[in-house]
Each structure stands twice: as structure tokens, then as C-alpha cells.
Write a protein that binds this ligand. Structure first.
Ligand code: 5GP
Length: 397
């Protein structure tokens, strides 16, 4: 890839300018693996390529869910350890989400049993400072030191929690528990969303703890390298093959099954009733189609139309404009059927999302994001009642 000047260099990656595109950078992943804030360092040939693959796949999943990330393209080909990302100014914080107690948490809080579930998830901030071993930092101090505003801390916590839940869902589908996760944020330097927070840096097998079948001794992540007393070439081979396996599994994260939402109106007067549903479904990115049928005039056609769609599309969800039509469709098809008069349009769209989310991580993520934005809209409306005009928009995406 055509690269310009080096912009920054970390322990496991180098950032370059992208000639002619000032708002875009190239991230090159290196073959290094480090532990103890750089005290231990080894080279694993091919690790950069594997790390880029994992990061690209994770970011592509998050982008598909609608979360804001800096990732644009690249990193997934076999001969490619470079990604194209939007340029940001990094916030020097590591944002850690924990779903199971491990690592520095159980060292700091011995009363929390290692391996115990953490619900609700815990979000912690660490100040990036290798010389002082990335100390824990409280939100008050983040604000006092001018690292981020209270509003940005709120957004980082919420986005980090959603990211964790999406990746935990993706890993659960591989019978693996996501124990904890570290992400970093930056502020976009250009474009129409200039200044907005995005998930930046990398998210790869160095960034999380993952325990297949919930068993720590089967760990696939960087902790196995951190735990080594001495490092032999055989150890590095084992680390490499785990990293390769993780990249391969992550390849199955950013996939979604084509789903059709079929909106059935009971007579022409039912069509307008379905318009708000159509709008509410749009963040879920489903293929949608509308039909006008009639339970009174041509009941046989209702059944025929549904059976035709079931036979045509791999996965269909029906929304009926009223209870009679919903009952008729319910009997005609094995696919899920919703009655639009039973729900507000937004609730109905979330119910559809949840149904699909059971076995589809992208739909799971989109549902979480729609729910989070709905919460944020209520809180914002409440705050605006008493706030001065021109409140910033706190929507997550
Ligand atoms: P802990 O605070 O328990 O050591 O780590 C919590 C989570 O953050 C773990 O998933 C760990 O892998 C990740 N993490 C902590 N510090 C770093 C770091 O400096 N680099 C990376 N890549 N991950 C980290």
C-alpha cells in the first residue's frame, strides 16, 4: 500500500499518513508481541498479518452493527497487514469492560472471586502510561486532568458496554466466554462528524480474555503469553497457532443472514398504518416489502402470498396491519408474525430485532444500539426541558 510519513509508532503497530488524504491513515500491524508494559518482547513471524485480520473483522462487525469506529477497509487479505482508518486524536485511556472477574481486578479486589460473573458489566478507565503501568483513573480525575468531558465519559462507557455485549454474543456462538475487553477511543479530526468519538486503535487477540467453554485453562488469548515463565520457540509456535485460530473464528463474526420483513396490509386502508413500522425498521437494515391482501375479500390469497414468500426468501418475518390478518398469517406460515396494532412502531421494530438477534450477532448489535439510542433520546428530551438551547446531540451513532 502507498504510505506517506510515519505519524506514530506503538509496541505492535505503526501509523502512516495516506498521501493525498489528510483525514485517513494507514495502520500497519507488526509481528511483535509484548507483555509487562513492554518489559517482555518477542517476534512471531506472521503475527502482524493475523492481528490485522482479527482487528479488521472485529471492526467490520462493529461497523455493521452501527457503532462508530475509525475502521474503513483493509487488513483481511492473506498478504495484507495494513488497514485504512479515519484519522483521530487519541484519548490516552484504556477502557476496560469486565463480564467475568480476572486479571488486575481480582488482584486489586481479593474479595471478588476469580471467575465470578459481573452483572451489570463493570467499566474501568486506565490512564495510558507504561512507565507507571497504566494506573486506574476515576472519572472525576479524567475530567480534572482535561482528558475527556463528563459527556464523553458517558458515551465511552455506553459504547464500550455495547461493544462488549456484541463481542460476547459473537464469542458465545463459538462456545467461548468473553471475560474482559480493552478498547480505546479517539476524536475524529475531519469530516462531517469532526470531534465525534469513535472506537479506534485495534481490537485483536491482545485486547481481550477469551475462555473456551468458560474454562480458563483453555484460554486462547494473549494471557497465555503473559503467563509464560520463560519463552521457548515452541511456546511462540503455540501462541501463533492460537492467534491464527482466533482470527479464523473472528472471520465468522461480521456476517448476517438475509432477512425479509414482509409488511402485509389488510386492505388498502391498512397500508398507511404500516408506514411508521417501515421507518422504525430501517436501522435494522432488513430487506422490506409490502403487500396488500384481504382477509374478507380474498382470504385464500393471504395464505398463498405468505407461502410464496416463505419459498422465495431464506428468512422472512411478517408484520400484519391488524389482528385478523395476523391470525391468518400465523396459521399459514411457520415464520414469526407480528400484529402492528399490538405495539408502538418502535417497540415492534425492537421485537423483530430481538427475534433475529437470537442467532445473528449483527442483529443483536443493531438491537442494542436502537435500544441505547431510545434511552438516550428520552434522557436528552428530559434534560432539554431545563437546559439552555443548543444541547449537543448524544446519539451513539
Ligand atoms: P487487566 O486490567 O485485568 O490486566 O486487563 C483487562 C483487559 O484489558 C484484558 O482483556 C487485557 O487483555 C486488556 N488489557 C489491559 N491492558 C492492556 C494493554 O496494555 N494492551 C492490550 N492490548 N490489552 C490490555
Amino acid at each position: 500500500m502507498n504510505k506517506g510519513l510515519e505519524v506514530a509508532r506503538g509496541k505492535t503497530k505503526v501509523l502512516y499518513e495516506n498521501p493525498g488524504q489528510p483525514d485517513v491513515l494507514v495502520v500497519q500491524a507488526l509481528d511483535s508481541i509484548t507483555a509487562g508494559d513492554g518489559a517482555r518482547r518477542d517476534e512471531i513471524p506472521g503475527k502482524g498479518r493475523i492481528a490485522a485480520k482479527t482487528t479488521a473483522r472485529v471492526f467490520r462487525l462493529l461497523n455493521m452493527c452501527g457503532l462508530p469506529t475509525h475502521y474503513l477497509s483493509g487488513g483481511e487479505d492473506d498478504d495484507d497487514n495494513e488497514m485504512i482508518v479515519r484519522r483521530c486524536t487519541m484519548i490516552p485511556l484504556e477502557v476496560v469492560v469486565r463480564g467475568v472477574a480476572a486479571g488486575s481486578l481480582v488482584r486489586r479486589k481479593p474479595t471478588i472471586a476469580r471467575g465470578s460473573l459481573i452483572v451489570p458489566r463493570m467499566v474501568e478507565f486506565f490512564f495510558k502510561d507504561d512507565a507507571n503501568h497504566d494506573p486506574l483513573i476515576e472519572p472525576d480525575d479524567i475530567v480534572a486532568q482535561g482528558l475527556a468531558s463528563p459527556q464523553e465519559i458517558g458515551i465511552m462507557s455506553e459504547v464500550a458496554r455495547i461493544t462488549f455485549e456484541i463481542l460476547a454474543h459473537a464469542w458465545r456462538r463459538h462456545e467461548t466466554v468473553l471475560v474482559d475487553l480493552k478498547i480505546e477511543f479517539g476524536r475524529l479530526v475531519g469530516g462531517e462528524n469532526r470531534g465525534n468519538l469513535v472506537i479506534a486503535d485495534v481490537i485483536d487477540n491482545d485486547s481481550w480474555r477469551i475462555w473456551p467453554q468458560g474454562r480458563e485453562e483453555l484460554m486462547l488469548d494473549k494471557q497465555m503469553y503473559r503467563n509464560l515463565e520463560t519463552v521457548t520457540p515452541e511456546d511462540l509456535d503455540r501462541v501463533r497457532s492460537n492467534y491464527e485460530y482466533v482470527a479464523e473464528l473472528a472471520g465468522r463474526f461480521p456476517t448476517t443472514r438475509t432477512t425479509t420483513a414482509a409488511l402485509f396490509a389488510d386492505g388498502p386502508q391498512g397500508v398507511a398504518l404500516l408506514d411508521p413500522v417501515l421507518r422504525a425498521l430501517s436501522p435494522f437494515g432488513l430487506q422490506t416489502l409490502r403487500r396488500v391482501v384481504s382477509t374478507h375479500v380474498i382470504p385464500g390469497y393471504v395464505v398463498q402470498a405468505a407461502q410464496q414468500l416463505d419459498a422465495t426468501f431464506p428468512r422472512t418475518i411478517y408484520v400484519a396491519s391488524g389482528p385478523q390478518l395476523a391470525a391468518m398469517l400465523g396459521a399459514a406460515t411457520p415464520s414469526p408474525v407480528f400484529d402492528a396494532t399490538e405495539y408502538e412502531a418502535d417497540e415492534l421494530a425492537i421485537a423483530v430485532g430481538k427475534t433475529l438477534a437470537l442467532d445473528d450477532t449483527v442483529m443483536f448489535g443493531r438491537t442494542l444500539l436502537v435500544q441505547a439510542n431510545a434511552r438516550s433520546a428520552i434522557l436528552q428530551a428530559d434534560a432539554q426541558l431545563n437546559a439552555p438551547p443548543h444541547m449537543p446531540n448524544t446519539n451513539l451513532a
